[in-house]
Design a binder for this molecule. Structure first.
Ligand SMILES: [Zn+2]
Length: 265
């Protein structure tokens, strides 16, 4: 599912990609939608059929072999490239040894996160964030991991997806939160600059971004659909937020089912 920010006051625009077909999901709001999983799952990396999906979209061999499926991607501070044990050093050069951005976002309250500069604003839309503010740029993924670790002493790094879907999220003054955190984490940041170089952590003076989602009605109670348990998911589409479809019969996180073959009607 592809999400792009709406232009002007328009909410985010959702497009469902099913094979060659492209379905404008915003246009389906308020209408019935049926998604039926055929049982086929294809690895998003190699295309091979797989009985089970690993790490949201990979076959088992890819999951064990690819650097992008290694635990250091989720915990960048554990990068082991320097030890010579990176699964794919060339991939790492292109992805990990590239500028990364540390950001604050408001998805279910204040959180900290990291992303490659090229992944903004997709990353925030995927999380269902209503606000985001890039606060710092660094040279590598590992460095962004260390900065994130520091911020995690004071801020969450996860989204409470139930609260995010219920729409119970108050807007925050992200600029003020940034200034407060930067001041209180000053000595920790100085320590990282000593380790990685004076220019390694570069504060950004960006404007806070705001995102709206096409939601007619937020669910009061969260019930999750799961293709592995029930191949047919049907209901009236009430909203789109993050990677979730909100139906009157329950919600479904489409990211979780990446690679699943689905018929849409
Ligand atoms: Zn594969």
């Amino acid at each position: 599912m592809a999400i792009v920010p709406g232009s002007g006051d328009a909410p985010a625009q959702y497009t469902l990609r099913a094979g060659e077909a492209r379905l404008d999901l915003n246009a389906r709001l308020g209408q019935p939608l049926v998604l039926r999983h055929t049982g086929a799952i294809a690895c998003t990396h190699c295309g091979r059929a797989t009985k089970k999906s690993f790490a949201q979209g990979y076959c088992y061999p890819c999951f064990k072999k690819l650097a992008q499926c290694d635990t250091c991607i989720v915990k960048p501070e554990t990068c082991h490239f320097d030890a010579g044990t990176c699964r794919e050093p060339e991939w790492a050069e292109r992805h990990c040894f590239q500028p990364h951005v540390v950001y604050l976002a408001n998805s279910s309250g204040l959180k900290v996160g990291i992303t490659r500069a090229t992944q903004m604003p997709t990353r925030w839309l995927d999380q269902g964030a209503i606000q985001a503010l890039p606060i710092m740029e660094v040279d590598t993924r590992q460095q962004s991991g260390f900065v994130e670790m520091l911020f995690k002493e004071q801020v969450a790094d996860r989204t409470n997806w139930r609260a995010m879907l219920k729409g119970e999220v108050e807007p925050l003054d992200l600029i003020a939160e940034r200034d407060r955190l930067m001041a209180s984490l000053d000595s920790g940041l100085a320590g990282l600059r000593e380790r990685f170089g004076a220019d390694s952590l570069r504060p950004l003076d960006a404007a806070a971004l705001h995102f709206d989602y096409p939601v007619l009605e937020h669910p009061q109670k969260i019930v999750s659909h799961n293709f592995d348990k029930q191949p047919e998911v049907a209901g009236t589409l009430l909203g789109l937020k993050g990677q979730y479809l909100l139906l009157d019969t329950g919600v479904i996180n489409l990211r979780k089912f990446t690679g699943y073959e689905v018929c849409v009607a």
